[in-house]
Design a protein around this ligand. Sequence first.
Ligand SMILES: Cc1ncc(COP(=O)(O)O)c(C=O)c1O
Length: 409
Amino acid sequence: MDYTAKLDQAIDRLHQEGRYRTFIDIERRNGNFPHAIWRKPDGVEQPITVWCGNDYLGMGQHPAVLAAMHEALDATGAGSGGTRNISGTTVYHKRLEAELADLHGKESALLFTSAYIANDATLSTLPKLFPGLIIYSDALNHASMIEGVRRNGGAKRIFRHNDVEHLRELLAADDPTAPKLIAFESVYSMDGDFGPIEAICDLADEFGALTYIDEVHAVGMYGARGAGISERDRLMHRLDIINGTLAKAYGVMGGYIATSAKMCDAVRSYAPGFIFSTSLAPALAAGATASVALLKTSEGQKLRVQHQTQATILKTRLKGMGLPMIDHGSHIVPVIVGDPVHTKKLSDMLLEGYGIYVQPINFPTVPRGTERLRFTPSPVHGPKEMDALVRAMDELWSHCALNRAELAG
Ligand SMILES: Cc1ncc(COP(=O)(O)O)c(C=O)c1O
């Protein structure tokens, strides 16, 4: 086997389909978000504004978060030095888990090194705990849930995105005595639409199923204390397992599930992705704890209001120019280009010509034909940044002769 030729073929396929991924080398500067420096391949540095980050509230540069991280780093050193079971459980991990359990009104929370791992490890472990488990998974669930469900060896049913009637049909067709779990998201990150939480909980009650929700794109940003859409809609108590990240609105790193003490105990004891991996660095846990605690307060509420205001302003302005947008009322602002090559070109032109960084989003992250630029406005994007973005989009849309009215439906 010519391994190198095989690798070349695989990479060439991506080039041909216009979905070869280029990582932009950026340096974020503390205190200066969303401004950053782009280090070009030739070594030249260009100032840019980041419009596609998931540090949705700018917490990655919040002084309280940084102070907590510095303090923990000085107190305890760099890494945790072990898995949770073998010397890697510290006071910082315990504090963060308590903070998260309180956030979601659950008995316990369990930390993982990312929400990806939390989803994958938990969903792939549940059939060991509930033999014969059938998982009903929304068709647009994140890759981490898909992987967890796929690897677990149990039965799975995929329901059409947000289609509760289809979910009902699938539930009704299965053995009423079989253990069941419905896995879905509260905010789908590419379109910014919401999962029908209440209707899914109703079905779960009717069919005796557990519910598993990914609130990764909602925690910190929705609800009176930042616990997500299920808090906003007063549905937290109806969800059995809530998954969240500490890497997006909380601005640090790590993921978790919040659930009953028994469920945490069982997952903790059976999930290889939890057991056999070094725990989060204490400084990360300390920073995340400060961030979660802060976003529970009135300061957090203020940031949440500013965040939504910025998203509304950007959507209104882009829509006003007739750009083809998806608007489901969340903080995510996707502008559909509909072609991978055009999307990449627009992204390149924004970066090189205007110092505006928005990564092209292509298949398989989104379906083919819906390639897009996905903007994530935040409280740290001011009027100056917004004006520059709107002007650039207007010019480029005309320059590239992209359709406005027709695509805008
Ligand atoms: C819906 C969803 N779930 C989980 C994750 C994984 O989160 P993390 O970055 O903490 O691994 C992501 C990341 O983008 C996501 O979009």
